[in-house]
Design a protein around this ligand. Structure first.
Ligand code: ADP
Ligand code: MG
Length: 340
């Protein structure tokens, strides 16, 4: 066989395999785009756990009609950073929309700030339609229908409506905590609903948003943690040992304002509590790490949820030390070995 180049659709489907794992990944990418566009209101609607429909409406900057074809072209981004090590936006790879368009029915309707009219473009399984004028409010509406219809092998891995819906809810909650000044709503065909009013953008707003997301009882059962070591700053709210969960889903971590899922952070939290919590209980926690962007790599995986710290030991030590100190300061001491 001669050597040939993959078609664009195949390349995009391969990328989708990494970026778009399940409906929640689509929601994450679309909500990140809305935030990067400066939205103050983001409305998410799903049907069938997001497999039938995901709709995200924002009031952000919108996309000019003549740029719509670029928005769905691979490696095209308006967020081009001068330096890949100094990325301030949530997106930067120009991969999400073309990937989604390759595996689903995608339509984007948008009206740029200052424009009188909106326009719409659609991509169905990689086939791009010509953009056409369409009535639109300022901002952007993205609809994704029949996710993975073009990649049936991936569709088979979906876990059913309830599991996918709860993954979607989890993603929205995590992002929402990082952007308290943005109003978020999430509605689905089932009962899962989220309505998070806009709070102030400061620490107090974050606390109120956390209470909305993690439960109104959380603040009264949480300890405040603050610490800094060698330029890495940690601010956190962590639960007292009587306020726990059966899993670690309510542990949220942010690095420079970006929601992350990091095994090392999760393990550090576990280690901090190891003497005061039974092994099958998990603290509720929100951790915010701030450090020089040059000391952390967010470009580890296309889904951008993983991070790699230049000095993982420093971060781990900071988290464990600060949480243990907060627990001790609250008079919480390990139960004597009798408990084991
Ligand atoms: P990235 O976010 O990495 O740039 P995407 O494929 O997610 O890549 O989006 C491509 C481009 O489309 C973005 O850079 C942005 O210019 C535009 N775009 C996507 N969604 C929105 C939105 N909700 N509002 C305004 N512009 C958007
Ligand atoms: Mg994006």
């Amino acid at each position: 066989m001669p050597i040939r180049q993959l078609t664009d659709t195949m390349v995009n489907q391969i990328a989708a395999g990494e970026v778009i794992e399940r409906p929640a990944s689509v929601v994450k990418e679309l909500v990140e785009n809305a935030l990067d566009a400066g939205a103050t209101r983001i409305e998410v609607t799903t049907a069938g756990g997001g497999l039938n429909l995901i709709r995200v409406i924002d009031d952000g900057s919108g996309i000019p009609a003549d740029e719509l074809p670029l928005a769905i072209a691979r490696h095209c981004t308006s967020k081009l950073a001068d330096d890949i090590h100094d990325i301030r936006s949530l997106g930067f790879r120009g991969e999400a929309l073309p990937s989604i368009g390759a595996v689903a029915r995608l339509s984007i309707r948008s009206r740029a700030r200052g424009a009188n009219d909106g326009s719409e473009i659609a991509v169905v399984g990689g086939e791009i339609s010509r953009p056409h004028p369409a009535p639109a409010n300022p901002g952007t509406m993205v609809e994704v229908r029949d996710l993975f219809f073009a990649t049936p092998a991936r569709l088979k891995f979906m876990k059913g409506e309830r599991a996918e819906t709860s993954a979607v809810t989890d993603v929205v909650r995590r992002i929402a905590v990082a952007f308290p000044a943005v109003r978020f709503t999430l509605s689905g065909s089932d009962r899962t609903r989220l309505d998070l009013p806009a709070e102030t953008g400061d620490a107090e707003g974050t606390l109120r948003r956390l209470a909305r997301v993690l439960g109104e009882e959380f603040p009264a059962n949480a300890l405040e943690v603050e610490a800094e070591r060698e330029g890495v700053r940690l601010a956190a709210q962590v639960s007292i040992p009587s306020f726990t969960r059966a899993n670690a889903l309510q542990q949220y971590a942010y690095v420079n304002g970006r929601p992350v899922r990091d095994r090392q952070i999760a393990m550090a939290i576990r280690a901090a509590y190891q003497d005061v919590l039974p092994r099958d209980r998990h603290a509720v926690a929100a951790l915010f790490l701030t450090l020089d962007p040059a000391l952390v790599d967010v470009n580890v995986h296309p889904a951008k949820a993983d991070v790699r710290f230049r000095d993982p030991g420093l971060v781990r030590g900071l988290i464990i030390g600060a949480i243990r100190q907060a627990l001790a300061g609250a008079g919480i001491r390990p139960a004597t070995s009798a408990a084991a």
